[in-house]
Design a protein around this ligand. Structure first.
Ligand code: PMP
Length: 295
């Protein structure tokens, strides 16, 4: 917190800070996983650091100095101060910590926090049941989904709670034109006739790093990948579907709005990607060493 390691209970922000008042913080969550020889590594550190800086740039807050090296140093210090024996996630946040500046962003004091927590999946491992949200995804012209900004997550909370209230695991967001975007905190892939399809990055999605990784992995496996707009009804007739995200890992989607997918079982493309992706995350898939930063 700032430049010190402190107990979690002491890692606090003022109730008068813009971070608390307006949700003016940008963040990323990245894997700190156990790989070969029980050594810890960070998965795609550079991409997470870049997305964090991009989020700050979009929102217009000062992030100078908080690059991949600063995050790596913060992870090393935090790991050293804790007993990390298994996979954990690291949540790195740039907060606007200035007190009572009113509703604006530029030129205000910012601070960095980072904490580690158990890498528990946010969706059921065996498969998720999804419901189209009554809440639409915030459009780029209102609150940009491309920026991972804390305040925007009220949109995700509304949509996921609506899904939970209706007995589902998570939502499928549609954009303002009715096209498919993503889940509350994960990206979505479909399989039709052996082709992998995912909403394009201009469909009001967060540009997920797991999404990017899976596109690379799928193409390396010889699969065709399409990034394009997707109608709601296309969801109802897919051969397979899965969600992906740091905290969602790769989770098969077995049902959307009461339409059962692939007889309620994960499909073959989903299964083969999931097995490889699990190894990739743990630094056990040859050819992807560039994604791994050893601690
Ligand atoms: N979409 C949203 C809205 C998210 O919050 C997340 C989680 N960060 C994702 C997608 C997946 O992104 P990533 O693969 O980078 O974790």
């Amino acid at each position: 917190m700032g430049d010190r390691v402190v107990p979690l209970a002491e890692a606090n922000l003022s109730i008068a800070s813009s971070a608390v008042l307006y949700g003016l913080s940008v963040y990323t969550v990245f894997p700190v996983f156990v790989g070969e020889g029980n050594a810890l590594h960070i998965f795609r550190l550079k991409e997470h650091a870049q997305r964090l800086l991009n989020s700050a740039r979009i929102i217009g807050i000062d992030a100078a100095g908080w690059d991949a090296n600063a995050l790596l140093a913060a992870v090393r210090e935090t790991v050293a101060a804790n007993e990390v024996t298994g996979d954990v996630f690291a949540r790195a946040t740039i907060h606007v910590s200035e007190l009572l500046p009113g509703v604006r962003s530029r030129g205000l004091e910012t601070s960095l926090s980072l904490f580690l927590y158990e890498a528990a999946p946010i969706l059921p491992k065996d498969g998720a049941r999804l419901k189209t949200s009554v809440w639409r995804r915030v459009p780029d012209y209102a609150i940009p989904s491309r920026a991972k900004v804390n305040g925007a997550y009220v949109n995700s909370v509304l949509a996921r709670q609506d899904a939970i209230d209706s007995g589902y695991d998570d939502c499928v967001f549609l954009d303002v034109t009715g096209h498919v975007c993503e889940l509350s905190a994960a990206n979505l892939f479909l399989v039709r006739d052996g082709v992998l399809i995912t909403p394009s990055s201009s469909t009001d999605i967060l540009e997920g790093i797991s999404r990017k990784t899976l596109i690379t992995l799928a193409e390396d496996m010889g699969l065709k990948v399409e990034e394009r707009t997707i109608d709601l009804t296309e969801l109802y007739i897919v051969d397979e579907a899965f969600a992906c995200g740091t905290s969602a890992y790769l989770t098969p989607v077995l049902e959307i709005d009461k339409r059962i997918i692939n007889g309620g079982k994960p499909g073959p493309v989903t299964e083969s990607l999931r097995t490889k992706y699990q190894d990739l995350l743990h630094g056990k898939l040859a050819g992807y060493e560039r994604f791994i930063t050893k601690l």
